[in-house]
Design a protein around this ligand. Structure first.
Ligand code: AP5
Length: 229
């Protein structure tokens, strides 16, 4: 695998791992702006397919509403197509992928064929009870995808997106109810935790305390990435 040290691979290929609600989407937005690379969120891609009413969207919706993982095969096909699009040549920030050992192995094989590698896998660490509280208070913009929190990061005008071109009415995600959140957490502990060991073994895991305020977490991530890019 090509590495940052080889001097040949300049792509900013980062990934964010963490339990639901740990701030992956929030921090991905900052990282993509800082490094000018696209945000590749499998959750956002699936929700887009659901909005469009595609066959993939219909199938995925059945898994997502209860907080279960969408089958690896569907996810891998979708991600491989996305990662061969021209805007990803300089890199990307992966958010919510890989989240099973099989997905991590498949991504690794895909990148190896391209003589590329992941520069850093940022792990956001947060306890389960804080997660439940964060997600019950999350609101999202259905138009531009911007994420808010009713207490920690509220919109300037109640229930409205701040983006001037958007101003849509904010909504709650259907899987942000306590039952689905607790199922997502169970799945994270059972199926996604092996992904952490996978990247730790590769020496690219960067562990971050995600309980601190948004700006603090952002600074901690930037510091952790010094030397990786
Ligand atoms: P996905 O959309 O990826 O959901 P998730 O992993 O559960 O993560 P979230 O989007 O809920 O949280 P986040 O970590 O991005 O936190 P956020 O920044 O919003 O996936 C949804 C579903 O799709 C899955 O359940 C699965 O069914 C399917 N799926 C997706 N990818 C898949 C894959 N690879 N394989 C199989 N299935 C897949 O922040 C949360 C809230 O906290 C916000 O309100 C935010 O404002 C606030 N906040 C953020 N940071 C802070 C902070 N530091 N302090 C205080 N508040 C904060």
């Amino acid at each position: 695998m090509a590495s940052a040290q080889s001097g040949k691979d300049s792509g900013v290929r980062l990934l964010l791992i963490g339990p639901p609600g740990s701030g992956k989407g929030t921090q991905a937005k900052h990282l993509t702006e800082k490094f000018r690379v696209p945000h590749v969120s499998t959750g956002d891609m699936l929700r887009e397919q659901i909005r469009k009413g595609t066959a993939l969207g219909e199938e995925a919706a059945e898994y997502i509403k209860d907080g279960n993982l969408v089958p690896d095969e569907l996810i891998l096909n979708m991600v491989k197509v996305r990662l061969t699009q021209s805007d990803t040549t300089g890199g990307y920030v992966l958010d919510g992928f890989p989240r099973s050992a099989a997905q991590a192995e498949a991504l690794d094989g895909f990148l190896e064929k391209r003589k590329e590698g992941i520069k850093a896998a940022v792990l956001l660490i947060l306890d389960d009870e804080t997660i439940v509280s964060r997600l019950c208070n999350r609101r999202v913009c259905p138009e531009c995808g911007r994420v808010y929190h009713l207490i920690n990061h509220p919109p300037k005008t109640e229930d409205r997106c701040d983006e001037y071109h958007c101003r849509a009415t904010l909504v709650q995600r259907p899987d942000d109810n306590e039952e689905a959140i607790r199922n997502r957490l169970r799945i994270y502990h059972d199926q996604t935790k092996p992904v952490i060991a996978f990247y730790r073994d590769k020496g690219v895991l960067r562990e971050i305390d995600a309980s601190r305020e948004i700006l603090r977490v952002q600074i901690d991530i930037e510091r952790a990435l010094e030397g990786d890019l």
